[in-house]
Ligand binder design. Structure first.
Ligand SMILES: [Zn+2]
Ligand SMILES: [Zn+2]
Ligand SMILES: [Zn+2]
Length: 360
């Protein structure tokens, strides 16, 4: 993300001796005359006005203040000697800077209530319009984090939950027991049938989508439309800038820089297109009720090819007067089950064949 500057805003500092709000550039308190102490923080003023005066702009950009290590006087960041005592400032400590002071204020700040006479005053006032008392910085109440209510389960829900759990366990146990219970029966092959199929592949258009610059050479473009392809820190041929809420960054000079984080949405053409590809166009099959399975006869048209082959064999056993069907895809297995032959079948609780042995 790229940072964009919207300009500089004059901050305020509150005198710790008399609680008067002073302009960011003021070196001494306008009310009591005390010099600004080093440890006083700058804060956002009642209004975020972008400054245009030359003096202010120079101060804003001269870097974090240096408080004289000898006499404590506030000096601009680019000063080499103290304006008051002439002391060398090269060893002086620069004021902290770079903290985010808050989002840009788009609405007028709420009134400040005088703590002496309770009169509401416009936030831009520094003195109470009724009693003349200094109006310090309005302490913004921090929104209390909503306390997460501990999740409590009602007893009824717990009982229902336990019953459901028990029922599920019971069902699973029953399922396994049924599956595990097997019975061995003598069976006779009553009927056989087979089905063999071959997929036919042919050339036909298939639809895909991609970016305009990634279209294959032989693509037949159906339509294109613009959509977001990505984000960029810089503008491109077809991009749109989007910026976050501006916020104020302390410059340590009594001024804040109003900045916003911006990036560009890059748009591009995304297209639906068709290409002619070999793909399944049909299935041909052959079935029978004998022991001589055949592959279907194929008559291919020009550009057609044969695809996947499938074979399925079914054997119908007669077990104590009832029919049980067994299915396999193995021709060798199928060929063992001559109609009329006898077998020992292991059948589970669901009526499925789980084992086949030749009858003794
Ligand atoms: Zn003061
Ligand atoms: Zn000094
Ligand atoms: Zn008052």
């Amino acid at each position: 993300m790229a940072k964009e500057s919207l300009g500089y805003v004059e901050l305020e500092w509150t005198c710790p001796f008399c609680n008067t709000r002073n302009k960011g550039r003021a070196k001494v308190c306008a009310n009591c005359g005390a010099p600004q102490p080093k440890d006083v923080q700058f804060h956002q003023a009642a209004e975020d006005k972008i400054i245009t005066d030359q003096e202010g702009l120079e101060m804003a950009q001269s870097g974090p203040d240096i408080h004289c290590p000898f006499c404590g006087t506030r000096n601009p960041g680019d000063a080499v000697k103290c304006s008051r005592c002439g002391g060398d400032l090269t060893e002086g400590e620069k004021r902290e800077s770079g903290q985010v002071l808050g989002a840009q204020q788009t609405k007028p700040a709420p009134d400040i209530v005088c703590e002496y006479c309770s009169t509401p005053n416009p936030a831009t006032n520094t003195k109470c319009k009724n009693c003349g008392s200094p109006l310090g910085v309005a302490v913004k109440p921090k929104p209390a984090a909503p306390a997460a209510a501990p999740a409590k389960m009602s007893p009824a829900i717990m009982i229902i939950g336990a019953i459901v759990l028990l029922a599920i366990c019971g069902a699973i146990a029953f399922f396994f027991m049924r599956g595990a219970q097997t019975e061995t029966n003598t069976a006779r092959v009553n009927d056989v049938n087979w089905k063999r199929s071959i997929v036919v592949l042919g050339l036909a258009p298939v639809t895909y989508s991609t970016w305009a610059d990634q279209l294959p050479q032989d693509a037949q473009v159906n339509y294109c439309s613009e959509r977001e392809r990505g984000r960029s820190a810089f503008p491109t041929d077809n991009s749109q800038q989007i910026c976050g809420t501006p916020y104020l960054v302390d410059q340590g000079s009594g001024f804040g820089e109003m900045v916003q984080d911006c990036e560009y949405i890059v748009y591009d053409d995304y297209c639906e297109y068709s290409v002619v590809e070999l793909q399944p166009v049909g299935v041909i099959d052959e079935t029978g009720r004998d022991m001589n399975p055949l592959w279907p006869e194929t008559r291919l048209q020009q550009d057609q090819q044969l695809g996947e082959r499938n074979e399925v064999y079914q054997i119908t056993f007669e077990v104590e007067g009832e029919e049980v069907v067994y299915q396999t895809t193995s021709l060798n297995e199928f060929l063992q089950f001559q109609p009329g032959s006898e077998w020992q079948l292991e059948i589970n609780g669901f009526g499925n064949i789980v084992g086949i042995e030749p009858a003794p």
